[in-house]
Write a new protein. Structure first.
Length: 288
């Protein structure tokens, strides 16, 4: 369930997009228009990263004794850890992306980084500018705005990357082995499962359960095994299926896209161009 902001009488919030009902795990998000005035965020049970994605403006942010008066530009973000309250006084209306991370996801990210999840704490930060985190936040925004569900595995990966960024200054402890990958029999179970469920919205948690490891550990081991992040591997297999269907059958393109696991025909065409360098019509003509 999305966290709600407590608006003052002179402040209103209009939600544009939300991750509710999209099957995301460990991460949720929303894009909302917020009017001028003061907004109070009560202590949350999850970590929150909020970034301006609309027009720049002057505002004053406060969180547990930290005060930041700034000319807020798109991409700059605030980190409000779980259990902390915050407030914002805005000079005008604009649009914001709020991303919420569950503590279970943060714990998974900490373990992969070799950190003690019970000792490493995320600290409040206001007015941060960092291109590494901004790339992740813009990708989450694009996924929210897209009518094509890019796959839970992709969003899970973005959530883990954002959690790792927030934990990045922690002192390392027992590091995980590098270059090992999944045992061959476990890798085969996962790749077979992916192939059998290409039309499903596969998640990292689901695939990790097949492999018998944690979601964050699975993401690292899978990439070591096949050389691709899991969400890209899934797209490659969907493109392979689409090309096979184009060459052996005469399904209408819209039905073929769904049968291969894509959201629609345009999603299929874009993915095929990126992965195989061809258009669906090229593959269909080659079979004649």
């Amino acid at each position: 369930m999305m966290a709600q902001l407590e608006d003052e009488p002179n402040t209103r919030t209009w939600e544009r997009h939300t991750s509710e009902g999209r099957g995301w795990s460990g991460i949720s998000a929303r894009i909302a228009d917020v009017s001028s005035g003061c907004t109070h965020t009560p202590p949350l049970e999850r970590h929150c990263v909020t970034t301006l994605v609309g027009r720049p403006q002057f505002d004053i942010a406060r969180c547990e004794g930290i005060v930041s008066g700034r000319f807020h530009r798109p991409g700059e973000f605030d980190v409000i850890p779980a259990g902390f309250a915050a407030s914002h006084e805005r000079s005008g209306s604009s649009t914001y992306l709020d991303v919420f991370l569950e503590w279970t996801l943060v714990r998974d990210a900490a373990r992969v980084m070799g950190l003690d999840p019970d000792r490493r704490k995320i600290q409040p930060q206001l007015g941060v500018r960092d291109l590494r985190a901004e790339h992740i936040l813009w990708a989450i925004k694009a996924e929210l705005e897209s009518g094509e569900h890019g796959g839970c595995a992709y969003v899970d990966g973005l959530g883990l990357a954002l959690a790792a960024y927030l934990l990045r200054d922690g002192p390392p402890r027992a590091a995980l082995p590098i270059g090992v990958g999944l045992p061959p029999q476990h890798l085969r179970l996962v790749t077979d499962y992916i192939q059998d469920n290409l039309t499903s919205n596969l998640s990292l948690a689901e695939l990790a359960a097949v492999a018998g490891v944690s979601p964050s550990h699975f993401q690292l081991l899978f990439k070591q095994s096949v050389g691709l992040p899991v969400h890209r591997y899934i797209i490659h297999r969907r493109v392979d299926r689409a090309i096979a269907l184009l060459r052996i059958g005469a399904l209408p393109m819209s039905e073929l896209a769904l049968e291969a696991g894509f959201a629609n025909q345009s999603h299929l065409a874009r993915s095929m161009r990126r992965v195989a360098g061809i258009k669906p019509s090229d593959a269909r003509r080659a079979s004649r």
